[in-house]
Write a protein of this length. Structure first.
Lengths: 878, 212
């Protein structure tokens, strides 16, 4: 008997073979790592164990000899002796399965799970083969819809408690529960309270039988007809790792992959079910040119040559900044690089933006010390000054929730509005812009005006220099100008130089855009126009002489008639730009608008030329998530019609200008990125597709990033839909589908670039306007299921889109003389009005009116004005 | 609009305050709701959920587990006839059949006038008076068919209203709830208890930390 003290290893024997395992590890896990698979139903590696199904019984030696014990509930200990295969174990397994099947309907031929079902597979492998049960089985109404997305067939349920545990423990939405007792037990929702969790799809993924099925996948395919490829979700900036599955060139579903650094196997429903939009019949499939009030189809050749001549015309004026480009969140790193190279390297305009008034300045993001998600969830303390991450980056919310629940970190939230984070926080402080400034300068000082916050930080051991603190930074209130948030962050970073920042903007690949020059004044590798490296200067011949315009400035220029040509590449400002009044009138005033889009969005339907783009899963490339992690996205299906990947369109346009962007594939582009951008040195397609790097690599690649851990094990019972496709029916006791591996050292050239420092960017606090008489402060935010082409084109998700909402506290309501359900009239600065049904909610601060973005009863209503630091609105009873 | 009437709402708040973890008050609140309304309506469960800070589904899940909590309407009198061994040997089964005839409903059902619900129950620890029945958890036995008829008649004409309150009322005497103890004090006391326990264990087992 020997204990390896340093690693706390214990030695035990399984089936006569000695193995070492971490002390306290569950026996079922230790066995699995040593290559012994113990059957299971209720055990799941990302859920707390409950030991209810008894499928994992094994013989364990105790003081009175061997006895059967659940291996999912038993931590290993020194000298433990275990037998996993014996008559006794076999009899137990037979018994458990015979019992489970007593009430099981055995309707496998019509069950979505058939072919990838742990109950089928384990019955075949471990079951008795025959039943002695001749009585009537219990019956339930066949599937009931427990939400718009999930169906429940209670006859098939084996009561493993996975879904209910997930809903309660992981998601914090205990909307499904075991109802009744004994043979009357069923999973169900409370009457008239559907399972409307943002995370409901995960229960379908982990249900070990066909009891829970997803509406978008029901009866769409059989597991053995599916093929799959690994990718990263691009519906928000988290970049959850997913398996994209398809059948007959149609996407059928996404399943979450268990990535230790990112999503732990979970997805949000918006990401998971968004594939329907890609299959939509309303895709733009051919170039279209405006003829009067409508579009006519045209060829790529004539569309491209038209664009070429428009560019030449616009440049002829001598001012390339009369050409602007807005990049959307659909784009991969390669798409962004190609379009930015076209703009800044060929055309010579720096007017490129990838944010629509809802982001943060590229220079600020680049200057703040960056934290990874793993660093954030294990920080001594987390300070959140961000939009509601449950609504914007749902899986990050799960990660944070899990960490807080298990006491790994503590949260402090600061802001103007109530959010889902409040429930997880030690302290949530409501601040005005002035107070935010004070907080940034004072937070860890003894003289702090925020004693509660300071107390939490010091109790958690956050250093006076901010050591151990991670700040989640985003747009807490969209009615505050971004400059307030930027100044807050810069100020905070100056007073706490060791604090790190995780930028929690929701747009997918906002981070890649900042890293690759998709914002004004920056170039690939976060260098500025002045600090461009020689190799970049050589590849980008035509660098702009001076800084260009961001979205807001482009719109203002358009109003002045100074924007001749605007490219909207996956960007829909008419829908998404916060100041819709400005966006609409500006776009009406641009000389020529080219929209590269997947659907006819609000903006593209009023463009002059529309080019059809390949959507997610129709192209390969890489994406960067909010923490700067680069991973691959892959192609699974071919695009409909004449759609093309965005980067090829940029290349073609360059050719019209008789320039060659110099790449023929996404891999070429990544190679060029790695060559010109110091931040991306060492990256290559080859490296990113090595098994050890499937969970992505945080850039810049540093020595510590090299000890990348192999991906968490893929247990075929924990994520049945993936393993079955992997095996295509071959049962396997293999426990890991990805071999271990390391990625090789980057070459000596790959010293991480010097980080731009916060000292180089001045915090500029905007002057907040004096509150006009008779107005209220505005809180403005977005919901997960807001407006947007992606949701509107998904038949199932579109049913969940929320209406615009208005909330005020009961005290404010009293002052207005209004009651719950009353109609309120809200007027923006320009007098545009919209009607809302009032909700009273005391988590909203007094004197604040909180609006949830959605479609307003008056499309001209535009409560957020891009020229205001803080927005006020007039509110009265209608 | 609240489900609990003002008096019960106050009781409910006292109950919630009795426990360091609010959700511990879930079952006591279910009984309180039943005593007000005879059964647990959806409205009641939603309000209990709010009071103890859980989802309605969790209240429903708990309530549906216990036989004494009814999520569907029951009569004013819940009559349970025991058919477990002692009673069975003394004619419990026949008594149940008779009860069914007299009330005109099968076990599990409620009379149309909403007065009676009949249940078949397992041993209720009144075996010495077998065959026995319960009405709203008050014991009656041993019962002949005639006794049972008499019982039903008494109940119908409210002659027993002193000893058998309407269904849901478990007890009509409430202890004086102690003042709500502030959570800090509870936590403080628990800490002291935990420390003491730790010290005790350490004293018993000086080389703790090894295999237990
Ligand atoms: S529905 Fe599925 S996951 Fe939920 S308890 Fe039943 S078998 Fe388990
Ligand atoms: S959290 Fe974001 S990346 Fe993850 S599944 Fe949802 S939308 Fe996709
Ligand atoms: S009891 Fe161990 S897996 Fe269910
Ligand atoms: S058997 Fe009827 S009360 Fe015990």
């Amino acid at each position: 008997m020997s204990t390896d003290e340093s690693q706390n290893l214990v030695t035990l024997s399984i089936d006569g073979r000695e193995i070492k395992a971490k002390g306290g590890e569950l026996l079922i896990e230790a066995a699995e790592k040593s290559g012994v698979f113990i059957p299971r139903f209720c055990y799941h590696n990302r859920l707390p164990q409950v030991g209810v199904c008894r499928m994992c019984l094994v013989e364990v030696k105790g003081p009175r000899g061997f006895s059967l014990q659940p291996s999912c509930y038993l931590p290993v200990s020194e000298g433990m002796e275990v037998i996993t295969q014996s008559e006794k174990v076999k009899k137990a397994q037979d018994g458990v399965l015979e019992f489970l099947l007593i009430n099981h309907p055995l309707d496998c031929p019509t069950c979505d799970k058939g072919g990838e079902c742990p109950l089928q597979d384990q019955t075949l492998t471990y079951g008795p083969g025959e039943s002695r049960f001749a009585e009537e089985k219990r019956h339930w109404e066949k599937p009931i819809a427990i939400s718009e997305l999930v169906f429940l067939d209670r006859e098939r349920c084996i009561q493993c408690d996975r879904c209910t545990r997930f809903a309660d423990v992981v998601a914090g939405d205990a909307l499904i529960e075991f109802i009744g007792r004994g043979d009357h037990t069923e999973v169900n929702v409370f009457p008239d309270r559907p399972f409307s969790s943002y995370f409901s799809g995960n229960t379908v993924q982990i249900c070990p039988v066909g009891a829970l099925t997803a509406a978008p996948y029901r009866f769409k395919a059989r597991p053995w007809d599916l093929s799959q490829v690994e990718s990263s979700c691009m519906a928000c900036s988290m970049g959850c790792r997913i398996m994209v599955q398809s059948s007959q060139n149609g996407l059928t579903r996404y399943l979450g992959l268990d990535s230790d650094s990112v999503n732990h196997g979970w997805l949000c429903d918006k990401g998971r079910f968004g594939f329907e939009a890609i299959n939509s019949a309303d895709r733009v499939t051919s170039p279209m040119i405006r003829k009067g009030d409508s579009f006519v189809e045209t060829s790529w050749a004539s569309a491209l040559s038209l664009i070429g001549s428009k560019i030449v015309d616009a440049k002829a004026s001598g001012d390339p900044s009369r050409i602007g480009i807005m990049l959307g969140s659909r784009l991969t790193n390669e798409d962004i690089y190609a379009w930015v190279k076209l703009a800044k390297g060929v055309i010579g305009t720096d007017s490129v933006d990838s944010q629509l008034g809802d982001g943060l300045r590229g220079e600020v993001i680049a200057a703040l010390p960056r934290a990874t998600v793993n660093e954030a969830v294990s920080a001594k303390a987390v300070l959140a000054f961000t939009g509601d991450i449950k609504e914007e980056i749902p899986v990050l919310f799960l990660r944070l929730r899990e960490a807080i629940r298990n006491g790994r970190t503590k949260l402090v939230t600061v802001g103007t509005r109530s959010s889902s984070l409040d429930k997880l926080s030690e302290v949530s402080a409501r601040v005005t812009p002035d107070q935010a400034r004070l907080l940034a300068m004072e937070v860890t000082k003894d003289s702090s005006k925020f004693p509660e916050i300071s107390a939490v930080l010091s109790k958690q051991g956050v250093g006076a220099d901010g050591e151990g603190l991670v700040v989640l930074l985003g747009r807490e209130n969209l009615a505050w100008d971004q400059s307030i948030v930027e100044a807050f962050a810069l100020e905070l970073s100056r007073s706490l130089p060791k604090a790190k920042f995780l930028i929690t903007l929701r747009g997918s690949n906002f981070s890649g855009a900042v890293d690759l020059g998709g914002v004004p004044r920056l170039l690939p590798g976060r260098s500025s126009l002045e600090t461009a490296t020689p190799v970049l200067r050589q590849k980008w011949a035509n660098l702009p002489a001076q800084g260009g315009r961001g979205a807001k400035e482009m719109f203002n220029a358009a109003l002045r008639g100074e924007l001749d040509l605007l490219f909207l590449v996956g960007s829909d400002p008419r829908q998404d730009y916060l100041d819709s009044e400005l966006a609409n009138s500006a776009l009406d005033n641009v000389g020529f608008v080219v929209s590269v889009d997947t659907y006819l969005s609000r903006s593209s339907s009023s463009a002059d030329l529309v080019l059809p783009a390949a959507a997610f899963a129709e192209k390969a490339g890489t994406t960067t998530n909010l923490e700067g992690r680069v991973f691959t996205v892959n192609q699974k299906v071919t695009s409909p019609g004449l759609c093309r990947p965005d980067w090829t369109i940029a290349s073609e346009i360059a050719l019209e200008l008789e320039e060659d962007l110099g790449f023929g594939s996404a891999e070429d582009i990544l190679d060029e990125i790695a060559e010109v951008s110091p931040l991306h040195w060492g990256l290559s397609w080859h490296r990113l597709t090595k098994s050890a790097a499937l969970d992505g690599v945080v850039v810049p690649i540093t020595a510590t990033a090299l000890s990348i851990r192999p991906r968490a094990m893929l247990d075929q019972i924990s994520t049945p839909g993936i393993a079955s496709v992997w095996n295509q029916g071959l049962p396997s006791s293999k426990t890991s589908y990805f071999d271990d591996g390391t990625i090789e050292e980057p070459g000596s050239a790959s010293q991480p670039p010097a980080q731009a420092s916060v000292a180089s960017v001045e915090p500029i606090w905007p002057v907040a306007p004096v509150q006009p008489l008779g107005t209220m402060r505005l809180g403005y935010s977005r919901k997960l299921y807001g407006q947007g082409e992606h949701l509107m084109n998904s038949p199932h998700l579109s049913k969940l889109i929320v209406e615009a909402k208005c909330r005020i506290s009961s005290k404010t309501a009293k002052e207005l003389g209004a009651e719950m359900g009353d109609s309120l009239r809200v007027a923006d600065k320009a007098g545009g009005e919209s009607l809302f049904e009032l909700e009273i909610d005391d988590s909203v601060g007094d004197g604040i009116v909180e609006l949830i973005r959605g479609s307003f009863s008056n499309p001209g209503f535009s409560p957020v004005r891009s020229d205001e630091a803080v927005n006020y609105v007039k509110v009265e009873r209608a | 609009m609240s489900f609990f009437n003002p008096e019960n709402l106050e009781k409910a708040q006292i109950l919630v305050g009795l426990y360091p973890d609010k959700r511990s008050a879930l079952i006591p609140l279910c009984h309180l709701a039943q005593s007000q309304h005879g059964h647990l309506s959806n409205e009641a469960m939603v309000e209990i959920a709010e009071l103890v800070g859980v989802q309605p589904a969790e209240v429903y899940g708990t309530a549906s587990f216990y036989d004494m909590l009814h999520t569907e309407e029951v009569g004013k009198y819940l009559v349970g006839v025991c058919t477990n061994v002692a009673c069975l040997l003394s004619g419990g089964q026949e008594l149940l059949e008779h009860a069914s005839d007299v009330l005109g409903i099968p076990p599990g059902a409620t009379t149309e006038d909403g007065k009676f619900t009949l249940e078949e129950v397992e041993c209720v620890a009144h075996c010495d008076k077998a065959p026995c029945a319960q009405v709203n958890y008050r014991y009656f036995g041993p019962l002949t068919n005639g006794d049972f008829d008499q019982l039903v008649d008494d109940l119908k004409s409210d002659r027993l209203s002193d000893s058998v309150p309407p269904h849901g009322v478990l007890s009509r005497v409430f202890r004086d709830a102690p003042p709500m103890v502030p959570l800090e004090i509870i936590h403080q006391e628990r800490r002291v208890m935990d420390e003491a326990k730790k010290a005790r264990l350490a004293a018993q087992n000086p080389d703790a930390g090894g295999k237990q």
